[in-house]
Design a binder for this molecule. Structure first.
Ligand code: 1CP
Length: 358
C-alpha cells in the first residue's frame, strides 16, 4: 500500500520541503531545523492550554493535540512539526493502566514481569487510534507545506517502562528479563513493536510526512544485547510502515557505539545525541547516511556567543554527512528561554546550505 494521493507527501505540499529533501539526501533550499520536545513546558502558550488537563488526556483531545503541535511551528519557524503525543499513548489506547505522573513520567498500575503478564496484555484495536488520526488530520491541514513528523517509542524503550512500571536509571528490569526469560522478553518486545507500529502507521496515513522511532534508552545496552535481543523488534515496529515510503529516522541517547546497528533495523536517517560529533558519527556510518542532531541542550542556557559558536561547529561537522537536519542532542529542557530557540533557528536559516558556517 502507499499513501493516498491527497496526502501532503504525495500532493506536492511537503515532498520538496527542506526537511524531506535532507532526509532523502538531496540539496535543501535552506538548512532544516526542528527540536525534540519543541512542544511543551518551555512555551507559556503550552502551559496555558494544558492547565488542569492531564498529559495523556491532552494527547487524546484532537483539537488540543493539534494546537499544541502547531504552537512551536508558529513561534520558531522550525522546518517541521512533531506530533504532540507520547510513546505510551498506544498502551493507554490498548487499555493498559498507564498514566504520566507530573514530575515522574510514565507509571503503570501493573508492571509486566513474566510470560503470563505478557499474555494478559490487551490488543490495541485499530479503531482506538481514531483520536490520533483526527489530531494529525487537523494538524496537517494547518501546517500547509511544513511537514509533520510522526513518532513512536521503540520496543526496548517502551519495555523499559512496562517492566519497571516507572522511569528508571539503568533499566535493569528489561535487561535482566532478556537474559533470564528470553521467551517472555521476545513476546513483550513483539507486543510493544506491534502497538508502536500501529500508532506510527495511523499518524503517517493521516498525514505525517516522516516517522521517527525513539529508542531513547537503548544506550543502556551493549552492542551484543542490542543486536541479539532488541534490533529485530525495532525492525518489526518499522515493518508496519515501510510500504508507505515516508522517510524514517531512528534516535537514541548514549548510542555512539550502536549507530550502525540502529541503522541496520532499516531507516533512512540516524539521530545522534550530543555526545558524538557528527563528522565522527558519519564516519562510523561509512558516510552514506543523512544525520539529525546534535546541539547540546545544556548550551541553550549558555551566553549567546558560546551557543552560537557551538551551533556553527555542529553545522560544520554535519557537512560530513550526505544530509543534515539540525536538532538538539536530546529534548528541549523545560526551563529553556523560548526566545533562544527562535534565535538559534534564525541563525541556522541565515547560513545558506553550502556556505561555510565557521
Ligand atoms: O506535562 C507535561 O508537559 C509532561 C512532559 C511530557 C511531554 C511534553 C511528556 C511526559 N511527554 C511529552 C510529549 C512527548 N513525548 C513528545 C511530543 C512533543 C515534542 O517532542 O515536541 C514526544 C516525541 C515524546 C516522546 C517520549 N516520551 C520519549 C522519547 C523522547 C525522549 O525525550 O527521549 C520518552 C522517553 C517519553 C516518556 C516520557 N513522557 C513524559 C516524560 C517526562 C517522559 C520521560 C520520563 C523518564 O523516563 O525520565
Amino acid at each position: 500500500m502507499t499513501l493516498s494521493a491527497s496526502h501532503p507527501l504525495m500532493d506536492g505540499r511537503t515532498a520538496g520541503s527542506p526537511l524531506i529533501t535532507a532526509y532523502r539526501g538531496g540539496a535543501p533550499s535552506r538548512r532544516p531545523v526542528w527540536f525534540m520536545r519543541q512542544a511543551g513546558r518551555s512555551l507559556p502558550e503550552y502551559r496555558k492550554v494544558r492547565e488542569g488537563i492531564g498529559m495523556l488526556e491532552s494527547c487524546l483531545k484532537p483539537e488540543l493535540a493539534a494546537e499544541i503541535t502547531l504552537q512551536p511551528v508558529r513561534r520558531h519557524d522550525v522546518d517541521a512539526g512533531i506530533f504532540f503525543s507520547d510513546i505510551v499513548i498506544p498502551l493507554r489506547l490498548a487499555g493498559v493502566d498507564v498514566d504520566i505522573v507530573p514530575g515522574v513520567g510514565p507509571v503503570l498500575g501493573s508492571p509486566v514481569r513474566s510470560a503470563s503478564d505478557v499474555r494478559k496484555l490487551p490488543r490495541l484495536e485499530d479503531s482506538a487510534l481514531d483520536p490520533i488520526r483526527e489530531a494529525v488530520a487537523l494538524t496537517v491541514a494547518e501546517l500547509g507545506s511544513t511537514p509533520l513528523i510522526g513518532f513512536a517509542g521503540a520496543p526496548f524503550t517502551l519495555a523499559a517502562y512496562m517492566v519497571e512500571g516507572k522511569p528508571s536509571r539503568d533499566h535493569l528490569g528489561p535487561r535482566t528479563m532478556m537474559h533470564a526469560d528470553p521467551e517472555a522478553w521476545q513476546a513483550l518486545a513483539a507486543w510493544a513493536a506491534d502497538a508502536s507500529g500501529a500508532f506510527l502507521r495511523a499518524q503517517l496515513e493521516a498525514g505525517a510526512s516522516a516517522g521517527q522511532l525513539f529508542d531513547s534508552w537503548a544506550g543502556s545496552l551493549g552492542l551484543a544485547d542490542y543486536e541479539r535481543h532488541v534490533a529485530a523488534a525495532s525492525a518489526r515496529a518499522l515493518d508496519h510502515v515501510r510500504d508507505l515510503g515516508a522517510p524514517l529516522v531512528h534516535f537514541g541517547t548514549g548510542t555512539s557505539e550502536l549507530l550502525a546497528a540502529m541503522r541496520s533495523v532499516g531507516v533512512d536517517v540516524v539521530g545522534v545525541d550530543y555526545r558524538l560529533p557528527l563528522d565522527e558519527a558519519s564516519r562510523r556510518l561509512g558516510g552514506t547516511t543523512p544525520l539529525q542532531g546534535n546541539i547540546d541542550p545544556a548550551l541553550l542556557n549558555a551566553p549567546w556567543e558560546v551557543l552560537e559558536g557551538h551551533v556553527r561547529e555542529v553545522l560544520a561537522a554535519g557537512a560530513a554527512a550526505p544530509g543534515h537536519v539540525v536538532n538538539l542532542g536530546h529534548g528541549v529542557p523545560p526551563e529553556t528561554d523560548p526566545a533562544v530557540l527562535t534565535r538559534v533557528v534564525d541563525l541556522i536559516h541565515s547560513i545558506a546550505p553550502g556556505e561555510s558556517p565557521l
